[in-house]
Each structure stands twice: as C-alpha cells, then as structure tokens.
Design a protein around this ligand. Structure first.
Ligand SMILES: [Zn+2]
Ligand SMILES: [Zn+2]
Length: 310
C-alpha cells in the first residue's frame, strides 16, 4: 500500500478516512486534524497559555507533543494520584518526557495535600469508588491550578473512543443534563472555571497510539488498575465491534450528536454553579464535592473522641 500524500510505502492505514500514510506524512496528517479541531471549535489561539493535563498515558503525552510541535504555548499539569506502582511509573514517565524536551511541568503529589489525598487512601477512607473519588479530585485540581496560575484553558487528551464511550453511556441512561454538557469545548460558567477543551475528540485511540509510536513517546502502557471492569471499557468494546463491522461508526456517532443531537438537549443543562463556602471554587451545593470529600477523609483520620461514659 502507498502513502496517500507522497506515494512512498505506507506504514499505517486509517480505515475510516480511507487513507494510508508513510511515517512523515502521518505526522502532518495527525497535526492537521488537531489543528482543524482547535480552530473550528474555537478551543484556543496561539496567544493563549494552555495548561495540558498529562497523566503519563499515550493520549495526554501525544497531545502535549502535538501542541508543542505546532507552536502552542503550553505548561503540563500532572497529578501524582497515589495509586501504587501505576502512579509512580506514570509520574516518572511524565517528568522524563518534560525534562527531555525542556518543557514546564507542574506536578501535584496528592499524597502530600492535606489531609493526604492519594486516591487509594481517599477511596478507603470514604467508601467511595476509587474512580469517583479520582474524578472529583482531578476536576478540582485542574480548575484550581488553572485559576491560581492564570491559565484560561485546560486541555485534556480525551480521544474519539473516550467521547463515543461516554456518549453511549449517557444515551443508554438518557442523562439529559450530561448530554447537554458533552462537548469538545466547555465554556466556563463560573469565574474560577477554566475553558475545558479536547483537541483529540475526533481522533481515534488507534491514531493516537500510532502517533505516539512514530514520535518515540515513552508512556505508561498499563491501564489504571482501578479501571478493570469499568463500564467505560464495556462501552468501548461494543463500539470497537461496531467500528470493525462498519468503519466510521464512532466518528459519525460523536459528530452527528454534536451537530444534531446536542442542541436538542441544550435546555436540560443544570443552572450555573454557586461558589463553595469553604474553598471558593465553583459548587452546585453550599460546599463543593471536593471539600465534602476532604472533610470525610479528615474525619476518618481524626475521629471525634468517644462521648459516652468511660
Ligand atoms: Zn507520505
Ligand atoms: Zn470547596
């Protein structure tokens, strides 16, 4: 098979685009796709500083690599999650990536945050599912660090497979408020919210993996140990089977949702958040989910003295 662009020997075949590329042309194709998403969806401009959330996995490191290569002004933000060896390796790979390329990286070790917010510790202390605790903590820190450091934009490496799986989950449960908010660009509804963007939302996991491989990016190969059995993986599996039988299904599913489905749910969006009484970040109750979680962990750590008779 020959490269669609230069007719050299192709190394990769992208079925849903009906194209094949040599290594050099693939990089160009990939970055053009990213550029088109950023531009068309008004994600950010070359004059803005972008905070890139990097986990150490292929998607976020590929995103950081692509944005830097394309000349965007970026800083990496890595949360050391405290999920055993998986997190230790993730942090090491992320720091190595930044050091090798001379990029600015902010690392927050959650274990060092009062009262100790490593995800496994939080999950154990609160009886919450690790993934739920992780989501709450991540959302809080992404917004908080962006606000503290003056970033208006936070970019994440969510790809087409992630977005399609999330959409399928939202549709299967008809979560209209979630459907109203599922978008490659979330415009802030509170002064402490950053604009959240997903430049890879039309790029498949396979395409990202190929890019990471061609660019020699060293990333964590393991999935998070907490994701085993996650419903998200079931949705991805189903979507992969549909994609194999009908190439292009994922892209159409997400793209047509954004074009025709999402506007129908616009009225279902929850009202804008208030301000958390405790931390000043956005909150849909008096106290935000993050502060409630911290309070729970603190209570477990320092139980109230037994009040009954000695
Ligand atoms: Zn070529
Ligand atoms: Zn709060």
């Amino acid at each position: 098979m020959k490269c669609t662009r230069c007719h050299a020997r192709a190394e990769v075949h992208i079925r849903h685009h009906n194209s094949a590329f040599c290594r050099g042309c693939y990089g160009t194709y990939f970055q053009r796709q990213v550029e088109r998403a950023i531009h068309k969806e008004h994600m950010f401009t070359p004059d803005e500083d972008v905070l890139v959330a990097v986990s150490g996995g292929k998607d976020s490191l590929a995103l950081w690599d692509a944005l830097v290569t394309m000349g965007y002004r970026t800083t990496g933000l890595h949360l050391a999650l405290g999920i055993g060896d998986y997190s230790a390796i993730s942090t090491r790979k992320t720091e190595h990536f930044a050091r090798e390329r001379g990029l600015r990286l902010l690392t927050v070790p959650l274990e060092d945050e009062t009262p100790g917010l490593g995800i496994m510790r939080v999950a154990g202390a609160t009886n919450r599912k690790a993934c739920a605790a992780c989501g709450t903590v991540k959302r809080h820190y992404f917004d908080r660090i962006a606000a503290e450091q003056g970033f208006q934009v936070v970019a994440t490496g969510h790809n087409l497979d992630d977005e399609a799986a999330r959409l399928l989950g939202n549709v299967l449960h008809w979560q209209s408020d979630h459907l109203a908010k599922q978008s490659p660009v979330l415009v802030p509804t509170h002064e402490k919210f950053a604009r959240k963007v997903k430049p890879f939302f039309r790029i498949s996991e396979y395409e990202t993996a190929v890019y990471a491989f061609f660019r020699g990016i060293d990333y964590v190969l393991d999935e998070c140990p907490n994701s085993a059995g996650a419903t998200q993986l079931v949705y991805k599996d189903v979507l992969n089977r549909l994609e194999a039988a009908m190439p292009g299904t994922k892209l159409t599913f997400v793209q047509e949702f954004l074009r025709t489905g999402r506007p129908a749910f616009a009225g279902e969006a929850s009202s804008p958040p208030q301000t958390c009484e405790s931390c000043g970040m956005p909150s849909y109750n008096g106290t935000c989910g993050f502060c409630r979680l911290v309070a729970e962990v603190t209570r477990r750590r320092n139980p109230l003295p037994h009040a009954g008779p000695a």
